[in-house]
Design a binder for this molecule. Sequence first.
Ligand SMILES: [Mn+2]
Length: 569
Amino acid sequence: MKNKKFDNKKFKKKDFNKGNKKNFSKDRDFHKDRGFSNDRKREKFVPLGNEEELTFKEITSDLNKKRVQVMGTVGKIVQTKGPTIFVVTDSTGSLSLKGFEKPGDRSYPDINEGDSIKATIEIGEYNGEVEGEIKALSKLTEEEHQKLTKKILEEQKKRAKTQPPEFLIKSKILDNLKSLFIKAAEEIRLAIIQQRPIIVRHHNDTDGYSSGFALERAILPLIEKEQNSEKAGWEFFQRAPCAAPFYEIDDSIRDVAQSLRNEAKFSNKMPLVIIADNGSSPEDLMAIKHAKVHGMDSIVIDHHFSSEDVITKEVLTHINPFLVGDDGSHFSAGMLCTEFARFINPEVKNISQIAGMAGMADRIDLGNPKAVEDYLKIAKKEGYSKELLNDIATVIDFVSAKIRFMEVREYMEVIFGEPREKQKELVSLLAPHIKNLEKKGLAISVANAQQELIKKTTFQTIDIDHTFPGFGFYPKPGMCVGMTHDDLQKTKKTTNLVSAGIMNTAITLRATDQANFSVHDLITLLNKKLPNAFVDGGGHKNAGSITFLPNKKDDVVKILREFIRERSK
Ligand SMILES: [Mn+2]
């Protein structure tokens, strides 16, 4: 915000350079108002000297106590109980400059966020971070300010450029998505350079967590490096799961509300939101548009199929294999994000094992066994066997069901192997326990599942509401349906199969390729034949869920049967 009271004519750089203190105090009657009369304080308005001019990149702790000149734009002003902190950015980086009147008083009240300044500073350190103490300061003219702003943006864009790496595996789909990877990576890098906060929102399952963690591993170190501060990783980055299988308006409202508060309180910019393993479907549209109203931009990296692309025009970049002709079964979001993370940060660590695990968790081994195998080979080199990755995935699913939408950054680090010994200990403790719970869940499901033959397709149903105990029962019903679906194929060699977990207002669905099923076509049919059921839903061709009004449940199930009959070959 510009200070309207500020009068450029009276407060020119030249006044300082002349060092005409008399003129200065006559012109600036705020001196008097603020009791700005003793010599110690006026000392700060001494002219800029002939100190060497340095860029922020050149300023390190080695230069402690040295006086230099700097020039930049004030991004943010924080009033502490002691000094006023001006966070100033030039084309190479930023630095906190400290101005002091008296404890808690705003120094240089005429300097506002968005102004450009030139200052003489003494380099110092506070809490281990390099900072500058303002010894003299002047505001740049509008013309100088415009010139500097332009130069800063050009340099920032140059620094945001990425060197595209080779993909970890060979794939046509990845090749086709490459230009989108580059575009999105540069947008994220620019946000980091411009100190724009980043929020990663991901699907609440193993593939989603894998996506979120890969992005976190790439982005966090860049934020810390850019701002020369470990704490910046907390203020400028957040990763959290979405509660629903899409970026809901609920998530969007919470993210916006929190960000508006940070904008008001800390002068933070409105964030860039990266939606991973969610974000591509029409169900995500309202939340994304809502974020945009408030100045939040989005990037989507997803693999869920949508027959219509309504997202691309609302986001900075939309990455999804369906945009290049795939159906979403050849890459999971965790596989995509592992590759994508390397575009954002070529030095990203501890992610190469993630792609194989995410691929297995989302059953990409069925649609694209070669890719998953290639990724598993890479994981093996890092000491991750297929079994260990499966166990880790099991723990992620279990833990995610317990923590729900909490961020739990450090806990996730342990699960993803930071440090490896603790990961091993945790996984070997929890995995057997969870597997027992799953065994019990499967036994309950199998004992209560019913099968009927519809033409050549076996239709398997589980009445969820009357089958499972309550109180946070694990595995969740959707997972039980998946396990029962796999189990029948294994034990009875039923290869033409549709499994449905039926609830009062929802059905989760799994189908084999032979069943010629499509969750999306089913939803279309239901809405045509049963508009008053108000059916909603989504997912993949062979796996997904639908919701409807409870009083239309029987009709929905009837049409589901008809749909299976129609599709059965
Ligand atoms: Mn997924």
